[in-house]
Design a protein around this ligand. Structure first.
Ligand code: DPP
Ligand code: ZN
Length: 873
């Protein structure tokens, strides 16, 4: 298919001021009647263009303009568009179509999920419901009438306020919803069915009362309280931190088990994947609780950053997503531990976004072209986009960032705008020319900053030089240098923080100095440092770059033990582990002697009583096999697995006493509590168990088994199960059987049961995969199940997926082909598992390429087709 290009944007030729929809709901055949009040856009550059409406898979029963039928001769079809000739400059266009929700397995448009009917419209699902100019810069006031059987659809929801409801003949009823805010069609939603709900209220800062309602299937009613609490915390936080208040009288959230994404921010009617709503301590882990809170907050925050101010076109997706991810990260940081959250976000950026940035689908945070826009809901647009937003705050300060955001809303409330508009507001509000910053929206791949230090004895100054470069890519040619904030600090010989002065800088002595690199190469001079000052660079991960500096292993060990910047402390430990692991990967004889350095850094962490246990848990981590693979010239997954396993065993064997001491100290029979200190306690205890399970001495499995049986909460129970299963303990099978029996009827918990088996690091899991897929609880139609089983296997089990005989590749390629017919969006996500094939050793590379070619030879959706073509290019 032909790509859509950013530079081809034109304003819409027609606007729709008002849309009145009537949906006669039926699982098999829903009738949609639409009245669109259209007029020519005075700002269009195509003043004679005919009216074009998008529609996909609609059975069209009638088209009328101002009441007069439009015959087939008066309309033509081009691609997904119906083009209607000779529509007056202002007119009422009516269409009547039929759609088939129960046959909709792609879960885009209107579909049946359990006993509900639901919609998912972002980005281009609305065209599967009715004819419409389905693009985000057409903003429309919607009035929606829902009609259906009262017994089948007792609850009828859409956006905005319910202004009327009543009975109809034949056991039917209806409800009319009106959303006073004009919105793009991608924010349209309905939900209908046998829903149960909990209610609460929120009083806004200005004293208005908002009715909050969270809906789910009736059997999950008792798991909605945490979501409700999260919503209220998010509403309060947005008022306090950004002065943003909710704007309608009602707010609904609906949870479903059948959903392609995490959740969707439809105006006042969010629809959520149940995994980000349902939580109680017996079925959800502490991490699940935090994820629910973060996603509830994310979708709520979209009400301002996304809904009130939306995107002009889909190339601007990061305008709302990067900004809203940044906002939810800040929310979690303010409510919980800021350093822990930052380390987790940086981990995720390195593990998911940077590989994407180095792969065949690499794109700027604001892409230049796409074939299927669904493929661009990526870690780059979201997470790197959030880093770009974070850099504004780093450069402008908290107050400056807030001024910029205030101006952005003042200028653009009710509009569909661009990343350039955001940048202009940030610059104008602060009297700053941010022109060069704009390059972050255009560059592709992860930039590199090379640092070097020397001591100028004549001047008594330490000289830090920074040099930036971009990966080779046609889009990076002629771009010029980026504006990169680099926060730095130094430790003295006793590992104490120093307070240098930047020569020519405008601040006094400080522990962390913010440098702004805006040229290819720059030198910075510092006073107040000895020649042996130890640099800590890119503190708090101040820019999404690869930072290179020739630290010795001893220096890394010092930073890992003493850097007051938590992110760099963690990062130094990771770098140290990486250096040791890459030595180990190259030499089958075993690990280098320097491994002792890492063991003592871990020993110090394990025995530091002053350290926050949640932070300690982050520090006691090793890079994943996938991350290590990214750093290899040529990837040999077996060598990586062996080296990492050897290192884990070395650490466990040398630190058994310390790990056991931590485990014993933190193990407790206290009843579960959501208290932050208890969460941190469980986290560090389970990390200790995790590393103990790598020890040569296998007695840990007795502790794990006991914890599994005794646990009164999912965090402890699942940590124990994972240790038993991934550690190949004798007790594993019995625990798995017990877990399946306890939670047989619980879809979300069964996802964990599937995932823990699909990700067991053992090539033999390639033979387990078909068995998991034959399990009665598995369904290829359910995205959560596909992600747990096939996603777990293909994305999070390198030794099994990359089995030398190609059995992993073959099965996953077969599943992608099968799934593509059912749900192209989810299939395309799996296809990314093959993206980096060229980096593998020749035997595996050839097999992966072979599977990609086999896929390319079949009939593919544009979604999977785009990923496969990019990988083979
Ligand atoms: N639902 C997705 C998100 O919130 C897309 N908008 O990120
Ligand atoms: Zn979002």
């Amino acid at each position: 298919s032909k790509p859509t290009l950013r530079r081809d944007y034109h304003p819409p030729a027609w606007l729709i001021d008002q849309a009145e929809l009537t949906l006669k709901l039926d699982r098999d055949t829903t009738r949609v009647h639409a009245r669109l009040f259209v007029r020519r856009n005075p700002d269009s550059d195509a003043s004679r263009a005919p009216l074009a409406l998008a529609g996909v898979g609609l059975t069209t029963r009638a088209v009328r303009v101002n009441g007069n039928p439009v015959t087939h001769g008066q309309r033509r079809h081009e691609g997904e568009e119906m083009i209607i000739g000779s529509v007056p400059d202002q007119a009422e266009v009516e269409t009547e179509v039929e759609i088939a929700p129960s046959a909709n397995t792609a879960l885009e448009g209107l579909y049946a999920a359990g006993n509900m009917l639901l919609t998912q419209c972002e980005p281009e699902g609305f065209r599967k419901i009715t004819w419409f100019p389905d693009r985000p810069d057409v903003m429309t006031r919607f009035r929606v009438r829902l009609e259906g059987s009262r017994s089948e659809f007792p609850v009828l929801l859409s956006n905005g306020n319910c202004i009327e409801q009543g009975e109809l003949d034949g056991g039917e009823h209806y409800a009319v919803w009106e959303d006073p805010f004009p919105k793009p069609s991608y924010l349209f939603a309905i939900a209908a069915g046998r829903l149960a709900s909990i209610s609460d209220t929120f009083i806004t800062a200005s004293g208005r009362t908002v009715a909050l309602q969270i809906h789910s299937e009736p059997d999950s009613l008792d798991r909605l309280a945490h979501a409700m609490g999260s919503l209220k915390r998010a509403m309060r936080w947005d008022e306090e931190r950004f002065g943003l208040e909710y704007d309608l009288d009602v707010y609904h959230i609906v949870a479903t088990h059948d959903f392609n994404m995490g959740a969707m921010e439809n105006k006042s009617l969010n629809i959520f994947n149940a995994r980000y709503v349902l939580a109680d301590h017996e079925t959800a882990t502490d991490a699940d609780f935090e994820a629910v809170e973060a996603v509830i907050a994310h979708e709520y925050f979209h009400n301002w950053t996304g809904n009130r101010v939306t995107c002009r076109d889909w190339f601007q997706l990061t305008l709302k997503e990067g900004l809203t991810v940044f906002r939810d990260q800040e929310f979690t940081s303010d409510l919980h531990s800021r350093p822990v959250k930052r380390i987790q976000d940086v981990t995720d950026l390195i593990a998911r976004q940077m590989p994407e940035d180095a792969g065949p689908m690499a794109h700027p945070v604001r892409p230049e072209r796409y074939v299927e826009i669904n493929n661009f809901y990526t870690a780059t647009v979201y997470e790197k986009g959030a880093e770009v937003v974070r850099m504004y705050q780093t450069l402008l300060g908290h107050d400056g960032f807030r001024r910029g955001l205030d101006l952005y809303f003042q200028r653009h409330d009710g509009q569909a705008v661009t990343c350039d508009d955001f940048l202009a507001a940030m610059g104008d509000a602060n009297g700053r020319d941010l022109g060069r910053f704009e390059r972050w929206y255009r560059q592709v791949g992860t930039p590199t900053v090379r640092a070097a230090t020397r001591f100028d004895a004549d001047q008594g100054e330490l000289v830090l030089s920074l040099e930036q470069s971009l990966p080779e890519h046609p889009d990076n040619a002629d771009l010029g240098p980026l504006l990169i904030p680099v926060a730095v600090g130094f430790l003295d010989a006793d590992n104490r923080p120093l307070q240098p002065v930047l020569v020519g800088g405008d601040t006094g002595p400080s522990e962390t100095v913010l440098l702004v690199l805006d040229r290819e190469r720059e030198e910075y001079r510092f006073r107040g440092l000895q020649a042996d000052a130890l640099p800590s660079l890119l503190r708090d991960f101040s820019a999404p770059v690869h930072l290179e500096y020739d630290w010795s292993l001893e220096q890394l060990a010092r930073l890992a033990g003493f850097d007051p910047d938590a992110v760099n402390r963690w990062r130094a430990g990771r770098r140290l582990a990486e250096r040791i692991l890459h030595e180990g990967i190259k030499r089958p004889a075993g690990l280098p002697d320097t491994v002792a350095l890492l063991a003592s850094a871990w020993r110090a962490t394990l025995s530091d009583p002053a350290l926050d246990p949640a932070l300690a848990a982050e520090l006691l981590s090793l890079p994943s096999e996938a991350e290590l693979a990214e750093q290899c010239e040529q990837v040999d997954p077996e060598a990586i697995h062996r080296a990492r396993t050897d290192l884990a065993t070395y650490l466990a064997d040398h630190l058994t006493a310390e790990l056991n001491a931590v485990f014993q100290r933190l193990d407790s029979d206290r009843a579960w509590s959501a208290d932050a200190a208890e969460i941190a306690r469980r986290r560090l205890k389970n990390i200790a168990l995790h590393w103990l399970s790598a020890a040569s001495d296998r007695t840990w499995s007795v502790q794990a088994e006991a914890q599994y049986r005794r646990a009164d909460n999912m965090t402890d129970r699942f940590a124990a199960l994972r240790a038993l299963v991934h550690g190949n303990a004798d007790e594993a099978d019995a625990a798995l059987a017990d877990f399946a029996e306890r939670f047989a009827d619980d879809a979300l918990v069964m996802d964990k049961w599937f995932a823990v088996q699909a990700t067991r690091p053992d090539p033999a899991v390639a033979e387990v995969l078909p068995k998991l897929m034959e399990h009665p609880a598995f369904s290829l139609r359910n995205p959560n199940k596909v992600r747990a089983v096939v996603g777990g296997f293909a994305m999070a089990n390198p030794v099994a997926f990359h089995r030398a005989d190609g059995a992993g590749y073959r099965q996953v390629a077969d599943i992608i082909a099968q799934l593509d017919v059912i749900n192209p969006q989810v299939a395309a996500r799996l296809a990314a598992a093959f993206a980096r094939w060229q980096r593998y050793e020749p035997g595996r590379a050839e097999r992966m390429q072979g599977e990609l070619e086999r896929l390319a030879g079949g009939r593919l959706s544009p979604d999977v087709g785009e990923i496969v073509a990019a990988a083979l290019r």
